[in-house]
Design a protein around this ligand. Structure first.
Ligand code: NAD
Ligand code: UDP
Length: 328
């Protein structure tokens, strides 16, 4: 006798995070490329909460299916494994184009593929926007070669073909679901502090960065997409500028506080707390990053709301859970 439960018991999942009910006229079909990544998955969460139909296209190069598992099977949600360098034929109202290896480790792994993703991938998604008359938002950054070509293509399609475009230039965003090993400041320092390993500063630590918690970025991206402002790129970031050394000290002290409060596991017996260590600088490391966000304030009525410290705390707790799960 085959002792196997009926298939129905596998298909009646009803426990999803809550989503708003929208009237058909307000409900948009939204494509998020790179939606399984760090920023993309938070964007998908917000768009789902708002009640839209969301399609994610991702090749899982640096993203993970786990970031979206809580939506799989929901009638408003669809996850497509695919590569933006291949054309995609679907009908959509909006496209958030985020697909691109973003961390230094990921984009240096295969520089040609990164450029193809930026160039051919963006061209394909702009072509899709042109055919479907969808509004297109590019997640850009400050003067990286691939993004430069992606921005040029985006404004080219806007001028020549009348595609309705938005360009966000994103500055140093962090939060839960960042990869533990992506090589960026917050993940490197937080994971090192949690493991009791040295926090390595490249150079003298006097370069500055302004850190933004991911929920502020998502609010900014949606505000930009829904705004009428299409004339030029909009910086999305914070003005909470600090030196790399000061961020290392803050993250280390937060980890110690959380450990003292019992919110994260103590270090193994005999293991000392992390120290801060200076190692040789990396080439072409920008000495300063502090975005001018006046355009976002004026045009979108957007400004960051999250205190960086609260964001860092949530992110450290996330990393601590990930490390604990990895050990089991
Ligand atoms: P991420 O690596 O977590 O996400 C990128 C996603 O794109 C991943 O899920 C990856 O699998 C997917 N992807 C990569 N190449 C693809 C391809 N060819 N086809 C389909 N999917 C592909 O990175 P992130 O931090 O979430 O960044 C998202 C976007 O925001 C990127 O475009 C990045 O350049 C931009 N950005 C992020 C920051 C930041 O601070 N996080 C700063 C500036 C710009
Ligand atoms: N950084 C560092 N140690 C690390 C990771 C980063 O000193 O383990 C420095 C890096 O050299 C840079 C800053 O932190 O000056 C921010 O690096 P990140 O890669 O997060 O962002 P970006 O340089 O792209 O702004």
């Amino acid at each position: 006798v085959l002792d196997w439960p009926s298939a129905v018991s596998f298909t009646t999942r009803t426990t999803y995070p809550p989503v708003r009910r929208l009237a058909r006229a307000q409900k948009k079909r939204i494509l998020v490329t790179g939606g399984a990544g760090f920023v993309g998955s938070h964007l998908v969460d917000r768009l789902m909460f708002l009640g839209h139909d969301v399609v994610v296209l991702d090749n899982f190069f640096s993203g993970s299916k786990c970031t979206l598992s809580h939506w799989v099977g929901h009638p408003n949600f669809e996850l497509v494994r695919g590569d933006v360098v291949e054309p995609l034929l679907i009908e959509v109202d909006q496209i958030y184009h985020l697909a691109c290896p973003a961390s230094p480790k990921a984009y240096q792994l295969n520089a040609v593929k990164t450029l193809k993703t930026s160039f051919i991938g963006t061209q394909n998604m702009l072509g899709l926007a042109k055919r479907t008359k969808a509004r297109f938002l590019l997640s850009s950054t400050c003067y990286d070669e691939g993004k430069r070509v992606a921005e040029a293509l985006t404004y080219g399609y806007a001028r020549q073909d009348g595609v309705d475009v938005r360009v966000a230039r994103i500055f140093n965003c962090f939060g839960p679901r960042m990869s533990l090993d992506d090589g960026r400041l917050v993940s490197n320092f937080a994971v090192a502090a949690l493991k009791g390993e040295p926090l390595q500063i490249y150079g003298d630590g006097q370069a500055t960065r302004s850190l933004m918690f991911v929920h502020d970025l998502i609010t900014g991206l949606i505000a930009l997409m829904d705004s009428s402002y299409s004339e030029g790129p909009v910086n999305i970031g914070t003005v909470d500028e600090g030196t790399v050394l000061s961020w290392a000290e803050e993250i280390l002290s937060l980890v110690k506080e959380l450990r003292a409060a019992g919110s994260i596991a103590p270090l193994p017996l005999g293991q000392l707390e992390s120290t801060i260590e200076f190692v040789p600088a990396v080439v072409d490391d920008p000495p300063r990053r502090k975005p001018d966000i006046s355009r976002a304030k004026e045009q979108l009525g957007w400004e960051p709301k999250w205190p960086v410290r609260a964001g860092l705390e949530e992110t450290i707790l996330y990393f601590a859970r990930q490390l604990e799960e990895g050990q089991n």
